[in-house]
Design a protein around this ligand. Structure first.
Ligand code: GLY
Length: 364
């Protein structure tokens, strides 16, 4: 990949560029100064870990901008934190011409995006993802929201960012556990749309931000996501469509809700969820056991869990699945593998199969 590349997410008047590169401070500074010269007020939302780790960004291009800093972690993705941040925006007199800059991982991006969607019924926002997971998934596509005790992302809105800036330099300080969590989403893309990516990761797992494949793989995942979102922005397709991006996530969201937010990083729960989804695909007669073993090996090779770390109650997990947003008319809907590299949605899956899989995965 050359120094700076862009990819356009084509959504008519909601189209926007994703910029990829390493050391994109100048681009951010130019965007800030262009917005200010138009008289726009900017506000930053971030978390305390990112503020410390990305000091150069806050001391440089974002210096002097009012900044709302939340505690790092899933615990900040709540209506309470959202309400506090809304009051901050009002105190800072952010008006309809304002721009919210979300600098952080999935939690900050989802929370910041939801603020931008709801405050004054919608203001512009820019995503500057600082984790691998946010770069390849959550910062792109306009899903925003917060969690309820009842489940993940149950309150939110579709609100597309105006730009996404993927600066690979920000990943250098990412803790190994966070990097691995991002790889769960990368593996997901391989499984649902890019068999060659999956076999590449199988041949040589990507376990470090120094891997020379990183920038190209981030771009490849964003390209897949852009294509899917362009075709089904609001996840309304009756089958397939954007729901396919949730491969492994019905299982993952249940784990996160039942274990308690923060016990598993989202990507760690997705690691278990991908293995569970592969096993479900096998039980539905779609893929052979050997493919499930391949999925398990690739997930494990990226230092991600492939089963529950400690038993969780099967009943609670199944109940949590029933609150998944993909449930319609009370019927569970799963994303499963037709083969490695191709996913499909399946309705009317017998809940007994989910129970069997949870038990195999270590549920009590
Ligand atoms: N993370 C799934 C989606 O954006 O649709």
């Amino acid at each position: 990949m050359s120094a700076v590349e862009t990819l356009q997410v084509q959504l008519a008047e909601r189209s926007y560029p994703i910029t990829f590169g390493s050391g994109l401070g100048t681009q951010v500074a130019e965007a800030v100064s262009a917005a200010r010269s138009q008289g726009r007020r900017l506000v930053v939302v971030t978390d305390d870990n990112v503020r410390a780790a990305a000091g150069a960004l806050f001391a440089g291009p974002l210096a002097g901008l009012p900044t709302y800093t939340v505690p790092a972690g899933e615990g900040s993705k709540t209506l309470g934190v959202f309400a506090g941040a809304c009051e901050f925006l009002a105190r800072e007199r952010i008006d309809r011409g304002g721009v919210l800059v979300a600098v952080g991982g999935g939690v900050v991006g989802d929370l910041g995006g939801f603020l931008a969607a709801a405050y004054l019924r919608g203001i512009d926002f820019w995503q500057i993802p600082t984790t691998l997971l946010a770069m390849v998934d959550s910062a792109v596509g306009g899903k925003t929201g917060v969690n309820l005790e009842a489940g993940k992302n149950l309150v939110g809105a579709f609100h597309q960012p105006r730009s996404v800036t993927c600066d690979m330099a920000l990943l250098r300080t990412l803790p190994a556990r966070e990097f691995a969590a991002g790889m769960a989403e990368v593996i997901k893309y391989g499984l649902l749309a890019d068999a060659a990516l999956f076999t590449d990761l199988e041949r040589a797992p990507m376990t470090s931000p120094d891997d020379p494949r990183l920038a190209g793989i981030v771009r490849r995942c964003c390209a897949i996501k852009a294509t899917v979102v362009q075709a089904d922005e609001r996840e309304t397709a009756s089958s397939g469509g954007r729901a396919l991006l949730n491969l492994g996530h019905t299982f993952a969201h249940a784990i996160e809700a039942v274990a308690g937010y923060g016990q598993y990083l989202h990507g760690e729960a997705v690691g278990v969820g991908l293995v569970a989804a592969a096993r479900l695909s096998e039980l539905l007669g779609l893929v052979p056991a050997a493919d499930v073993a391949r999925v398990r090996r690739v997930v494990e090779a990226h230092t991600l869990p492939v089963r529950l770390r400690a038993p969780l109650a099967t009943d609670a997990l199944v109940e949590a699945m029933k609150r998944d947003k993909k449930v319609k008319h009370g019927r569970l809907r799963f994303v499963v593998l037709e083969r490695l590299g191709t996913a499909v949605t399946r309705d009317e899956v017998d809940p007994a199969l989910a129970v069997q899989i949870w038990k195999e995965m270590g549920a009590s």
